[in-house]
Design a protein around this ligand. Structure first.
Ligand SMILES: Cc1cc2nc3c(=O)[nH]c(=O)nc-3n(C[C@H](O)[C@H](O)[C@H](O)COP(=O)(O)OP(=O)(O)OC[C@H]3O[C@@H](n4cnc5c(N)ncnc54)[C@H](O)[C@@H]3O)c2cc1C
Length: 428
């Protein structure tokens, strides 16, 4: 599915997260040479669980990563949406529905396992990953990435996959572009399932591999078990109370319990079992004017150009779609002179979709966190419509939006745009 180019370019990928590793894998498959420069001392992913929607599993299969991930992942049966009192608002089947309708499953997995699978695949393909290689500057005249200790790496193309506070983004724009605070933070915990099993009232959370959402005033809770049956991923979103200068901090679980004090007592019981909780400020990037440098061959990918709130569980999925788009388009390249045109096409294909997803994720903040009242009653009534209608507040139940998220095939999209562009070129 990824075309193989008949010329080989040298790509420098800045950042060895999910997006950076995916693009490195895709570009090697497209016939190029790739190195990855990672700031951290060792390769790892922090955080707990992550959902992999069908639009992402479709790509992971083509990248040759799906088998590794399936060994570690669980296949959720359904999304269940509850209000904060524990009443079910709506449920949406995921398995076997997604495989039947979209040809791909929805999965969830521990982030560490996900990242390890990508590292394993990258190593199988002979990709060199340099750790302790934080990039501080891009020399835009010579297309060189420069590390904190003065090492220089030239690339025909440099890709900034360096996350929310991207240095490559600052180099492209010639100034720092700060992430926007959403006003929310996320408490993330892994809770022992053997401990949960001592409380039968928690069975509904972990007995079947499902993703549960609880919507309440000023926040929401997401739970899903992880493979191995040992731990349950629990994320509690609520108002941000982190000090301005810190993005992540250890959290006191009593703070979480206080926030949930008027919620379903089963959630309080669940959180009382947490042994450690971290809280993260939730930020996003306002739509950038452009992703690639106007004249040089430097571009951005993933959170570096469209970090989103996690309320549609699509952040990493969008990074992987970006990766697939770059791999596909650069699999078509015939001459170095086409590089900038391909970077423009990449941005043309990807920017509208990622902007819609960032904005829709922001809208979810308003939908999920309603106080009791007229708007909340209307929201709950809309969830109760059978079958779900366009605009359904549980966004995955909206048939048009679900198709938009899950049915998207980045390879078909790139092929369509490529054919249109080449036909146009021939006519000119
Ligand atoms: C609470 C929460 C839940 C989420 N749940 C989901 C979900 O269920 N599904 C989903 O699809 N997404 C989810 N996301 C979003 C997802 O985690 C991110 O969108 C995704 O990890 C972005 O990948 P990335 O590779 O673009 O950036 P990152 O994961 O941030 O990776 C960037 C990498 O670059 C490195 N780096 C940074 N600066 C430099 C530098 N100067 N030089 C070299 N290296 C550098 C970093 O160390 C890091 O390894 C969630 C996010 C949060 C906060």
């Amino acid at each position: 599915m990824i075309p193989k180019s008949n010329i080989s370019l040298r790509f420098v990928v800045v950042g060895g997260g999910i997006g950076g590793l995916s693009v490195a894998i895709g570009l090697i498959l497209a016939g190029h040479e790739v190195i990855v420069l990672e700031k951290a001392q060792q390769l790892s992913e922090v955080g707990a669980g992550i959902q992999i929607p069908p639009n992402s599993t479709r790509i992971l299969e083509i990248l040759g990563c799906k088998a590794h991930i399936l060994e570690k992942a669980l296949v959720p049966k359904a999304y269940h949406f509850f209000n904060y009192r524990g009443d079910n608002l709506i449920s949406i089947e995921l398995d076997p529905y997604c495989a039947r309708k979209y040809g791909c499953k929805s999965l969830h997995v521990h982030r560490g396992d996900y990242h390890k699978c990508l590292v394993q695949r990258a190593r199988e393909l002979g990709i060199t990953i340099f750790v302790n290689s934080g990039i501080v500057e891009i020399d835009l005249v010579h297309n060189i990435a420069i590390t904190h200790d003065g090492q220089k790496y030239h690339g025909d193309v440099i890709i900034g996959a360096d996350g929310l506070n991207s240095s490559v983004r600052s180099s492209i724009f010639g100034k720092e572009i700060l992430a926007t605070n959403s006003g929310d933070q996320a408490y993330r915990s892994l809770i022992s399932i053997p401990e949960m099993a001592k409380h039968p009232e928690l069975d509904f959370i972990h007995k079947l591999p499902c993703v549960n959402f609880f919507w309440g005033p000023q926040g929401h809770v997401v739970t899903y078990p992880l493979k191995g049956g040992n731990s349950c991923n629990v994320v509690v979103m609520g108002p941000d109370n982190l000090p301005p200068d810190s993005r992540v901090a250890a959290a006191d679980k009593h703070e979480v319990l206080q926030f949930l004090k008027s919620w379903d007592s089963r959630l309080q019981l669940l959180l009382s079992l947490a042994t450690s909780t971290f809280k993260w400020r939730l930020q996003y990037i306002e739509e950038l004017d452009f992703w690639s440098h106007p004249t040089q061959n430097v571009t951005l990918l993933g959170d570096a150009c469209h970090a989103t709130l996690p309320y549609l569980a699509q952040g990493a999925a969008q990074a992987i779609e970006d990766a697939a788009a770059l791999a596909y388009l650069f699999g078509k390249i015939k001459h170095k002179s086409e590089i900038h045109f391909l970077l423009e096409m990449y941005e043309y294909i990807r920017k509208p979709r990622t902007t819609r997803i960032v904005n829709s994720s922001k809208d979810c903040q308003q939908i999920y966190h309603l106080q009791d009242g007229e708007k909340q009653k209307l929201r709950d009534l809309e969830c109760a419509l059978d079958p779900p209608q366009e605009g359904c507040p549980a966004r995955w139940a909206d048939p048009e939006f679900q198709e938009y998220l899950f049915g998207y095939n980045i390879f078909e999209e790139c092929e369509k745009q490529w054919l249109m562009a080449t036909t146009l070129k021939e006519k000119l």
